[in-house]
Unconditional design. Structure first.
Length: 205
């Protein structure tokens, strides 16, 4: 799914997918189906200004960080507009260990740093890196926050993927959970930026 980032008005709706219809999805058990049915939030809406800010962060960071996204709930839809950064215990280019987000957080965002193909993990493109690793899955499953979001930085343009927590629960035994077909955005460039300009210097030492 491709979308221009410079949306002048309104919100960006980032998806409602029926997990059982996806080829990458593990087989559903009766217990998994019950979990799916019990989750009230099914849609995630990201404010354009928030999408731009997290994309700028991902483009400039050389290590992983975590943000707790906040907003409001309307029916089965979470609308996220702002973020709070929790305290971080440790952070490197390939992992981050944050303290928990506060109660009421609607989505947890973190970035993956693109450093080139990695055959040991089957990563050939930046889009492949838009996935949840086993540590990511364990964290999402153990928490009660409804959505998980990943941005890939240092790529040819902003890449953002998201999952419902219940999708992580259903697929908790896989080695990694890839992006789903209708649950990711690849943006040509950051609005107002020179497409030939290199990403800014890392903002974390």
């Amino acid at each position: 799914m491709r979308l221009a980032l410079g949306v002048p008005v309104g919100m960006i709706v980032v998806g409602l997918v029926v997990p059982s219809a996806l080829a990458a999805q593990a087989a559903l058990t009766p217990a998994d189906s019950a979990i799916l049915a019990s989750q009230p939030l099914k849609r995630l809406v990201i404010a354009p200004s928030l999408l731009r800010r997290i994309s700028l962060l991902a483009a400039g960071l050389d290590r992983e960080v975590v943000l707790c996204l906040q907003g409001t709930v309307a029916g089965d839809t979470a609308l996220v507009r702002e973020f709070v950064m929790p305290d971080v215990v440790s952070s490197a280019a390939d992992h981050v260990e944050p303290l928990p987000c506060a109660a009421g957080t609607l989505a947890v965002w973190h970035n993956h740093v693109w450093a080139g193909p990695d055959s040991s993990f089957g990563v050939k493109t930046p889009e492949d890196l838009c996935s949840l690793s086993q540590p990511d899955l364990r964290t999402v499953v153990a928490d009660s926050i409804p959505f998980a979001i990943v941005s890939v930085g240092h790529a040819h343009g902003p890449i953002v993927c998201w999952w419902r927590r219940v999708q992580a629960v259903v697929n908790r035994h896989v080695k990694f959970l890839p992006r789903f077909p209708r649950q990711w955005l690849e943006l040509p460039t950051l609005a107002g930026a020179d497409p030939d300009q290199k990403p800014p210097a890392p903002s974390v030492p």
